[in-house]
Ligand binder design. Structure first.
Ligand code: F6R
Length: 233
């Protein structure tokens, strides 16, 4: 695990941008993408850039269950607004949270990941150590699955909704094993609220209670943290 400490999220997002640019120059064809506030500035950098994704594939980590693709709060909408409309990929996969058979959708998503192995996976970090929506106690060998979101995650995400009751309680998420198959992982974390999770991920015991701790075992992980998120390292 390589740790890169930066002054703030602006500097960190530029660093992640440069790494992606270099990865693409070296042949990366499939990007694994995250939503949430962490990658927003990275996506803004990409939008301003001359990067061209028209021959590339993107695979998103997760989607809420029950929201239509075009729902204002769906992760598909988030990705359109922050990246896809400005920088279309040849194909962009986001789980279908409205699938009538969610188990079948999860298996289908795993097939997509095995057909298009992820070259560079972008990750944020939950305050409870989740990656994707793999909440504490998710098995390390999990593939794409349906998740019951924890209270901590629902509370953290309610800022995007009018009221907490509107936050979906389930999601479809790539599993920890699915994430682990990526050749390179870039995890970003900003702000004091992430400091405990960063510390446990980097220095703590590798345990399913702290999903991100498994990244200690991945051979190509870069963690980019601002001063506040790194404050407990
Ligand atoms: C989003 C995702 C989540 C977020 C995490 C941090 O696709 O998979 O794991 O990365 O919840 O969220 P933010 O970035 O909003 O702090």
């Amino acid at each position: 695990m390589q740790i890169i400490r930066v002054k703030d999220k602006h500097e960190g997002s530029l660093k992640a941008f440069e790494m992606i640019k270099e990865g693409i120059a070296n042949g990366a064809k499939v990007l694994g993408l995250a939503t949430g506030s962490t990658p927003e500035e990275l996506y803004a950098e990409i939008r301003k850039s001359d990067l061209d994704f028209s021959e590339m594939i993107s695979i998103n980590l997760d989607e809420y269950v029950g929201l239509n693709e075009d729902d204002e709060q769906s992760y598909r909408t988030f990705m359109r607004q922050h990246l896809f409309d400005a920088k279309p990929f040849k194909e962009s996969f986001v789980p279908n949270g409205k699938a009538s058979d969610l188990e079948a959708e999860a298996r289908h998503y795993d097939e997509i990941i095995s057909t298009h192995p992820i070259d560079i996976q972008i990750l944020g970090l939950g305050q409870n150590g989740h990656i994707g929506f793999n909440e504490p106690a998710t098995p390390f060998d999990s593939t794409t699955h349906i998740v019951d979101l924890t209270e901590s995650t629902i509370n953290a995400n309610k800022r995007f909704f009018d009221k907490v009751e509107d936050v979906p309680t389930k999601a479809v998420s790539m599993g920890i094993h699915s994430i682990f198959t990526a050749k390179e992982i870039i995890l970003m974390a900003w702000g004091e609220a992430k400091a405990d999770a960063v510390k446990a991920m980097v220095n703590g015991e590798i345990t399913e209670e702290m999903p991100a701790s498994i990244l200690q075992k991945h051979e190509n992980v870069v963690v980019i943290v601002d001063e506040e998120a790194a404050s407990k390292l």
